[in-house]
Design a protein around this ligand. Structure first.
Ligand code: PHE
Length: 369
């Protein structure tokens, strides 16, 4: 009896004196754990006679309950004290601004692509695509580049190694091969999403990646072009000029544009031209729609009769024009990036500066989004 009272007094005193939760846990294990002092006492109950048990049972159980509740009370007190100490030591400054939220940006090429598509869609053009890895036939031969013609070298072509049929594919040097794929009626094994085999009249734009072994401030080995192709009856260069003038005016958001055709040579157009646009190059950025300078902006021409014939179209019935814009270049001209190579350097600081918000509608004079 005295032993139990003494044990209870001793245990509750130790519980009361426990300095922290770890010390309290050690006392709990010592008293109430599997081989703890109180647990051992409880085990003795089984060996007592019924009369002794009736007498000792409530006392030992009472001891266990007293110790357990002392521990629980001390635990709650220690936890509260711990929390209060923490609250006293730590401060939350609610006046601090939140850390900036990092948002992804739309790459300028993709923004410009959306803007270009919006303008051409408004003029009735639809989209077509073709493969980046192209065969010699579509990239060169069908476009009237004679075999061994120096123009093939001029394109600084990336050739792939010879395949098992002895054929060397190329990374397409321009988007013009898709002209052929669109006009060609019988088209091979290509998946149907690669638009091909349209009956004229045709009005398509073809955006895509193109590749040439070239690198300086205005050239990168990979860049983006947008091809345009119109095939119909009685199409002439006046239609080409109107289409390009209208596009340039809407894309650059300037009501007045002055352009001129300068004779040029492309094997797949006849006549061929480069179009220049009036601009002001005196400042840091080129300004389109003002000034007295000229700048080349797009290659174009009337589709060569040989191309039409190769694609199974009668040149006496169908005519058309084609043009090829550099998408990234149009971006640098409108948004003032000084070096084309930065476009593809994947520098996050550059992208944050020149990138666009994902929720900004294409910003064109058409008002289309
Ligand atoms: N494919 C030409 C180039 O890459 C551009 C072009 C396209 C010219 C269509 C005329 C017609 O330089």
């Amino acid at each position: 009896m005295t032993d139990l009272t003494k044990l209870e007094a001793e245990l509750t005193a130790r519980v009361g004196a426990a300095a922290d939760l770890a010390a309290l846990e050690a006392i709990r294990v010592e008293a109430l754990g599997k081989t703890g002092s109180v647990s051992e006492l409880l085990k003795t109950l089984g060996r007592l006679t019924p009369d002794e048990r009736r007498e000792q049972g409530p006392k030992i159980n009472g001891l266990r309950d007293a110790v357990a509740s002392a521990i629980a009370a001390k635990k709650a007190a220690l936890e509260t004290a711990e929390l209060e100490a923490k609250l006293a030591a730590e401060r939350v400054d609610l006046s601090l601004p939140p850390p900036p939220e990092r948002k992804g940006r739309v790459h300028p090429t993709m923004q410009v692509l959306d803007e270009m598509i919006a303008v051409f869609a408004d003029m009735g053009f639809s989209l077509a695509e073709g493969p980046d890895i192209e065969d010699d036939f579509h990239n060169f031969t069908a476009l009237n580049f004679p075999p061994k013609h120096p123009a093939r070298e001029m394109h600084d072509t990336f050739w792939l190694p010879e395949d098992e049929h002895g054929e060397r594919k190329v990374l397409r040097t321009h988007t013009s091969p898709v002209q052929v794929r669109v006009m060609q009626r019988l088209n091979e094994k290509l998946p149907s999403w690669i638009a091909n085999g349209q009956e004229p009249p045709i009005r398509v734009i073809v955006p895509g990646r193109t590749y040439r072994s070239d690198s300086d401030a205005t050239h990168t080995p990979m860049f983006h072009q947008m091809e345009g192709l119109v095939i119909d009856r009685n199409i002439h260069m006046g239609h080409l000029k109107w289409t390009l003038d209208t596009f340039i005016s809407r894309y650059f958001e300037t009501p007045v544009v002055e352009t001129r055709f300068r004779p040029h040579h492309f094997p797949f157009t006849e006549p061929s031209a480069e179009m220049d646009v009036k601009c002001d190059r005196s400042g840091r950025d080129v300004k389109i729609g003002q000034g007295t300078d000229w700048m080349e902006i797009v290659g174009c021409g009337m589709v060569h009769p040989n191309i039409l014939r190769t694609c199974g179209l009668d040149p006496d019935e169908w005519q058309g024009f084609a043009f090829g814009f550099g998408i990234d270049r149009l971006g640098t001209l409108k948004y003032g990036m000084p070096d084309l190579r930065d476009m593809f350097a994947s520098d996050v600081r550059w992208l944050e500066h020149y990138g666009f918000s994902a929720f900004q509608a294409p910003n064109t004079a058409t008002g289309l989004s």
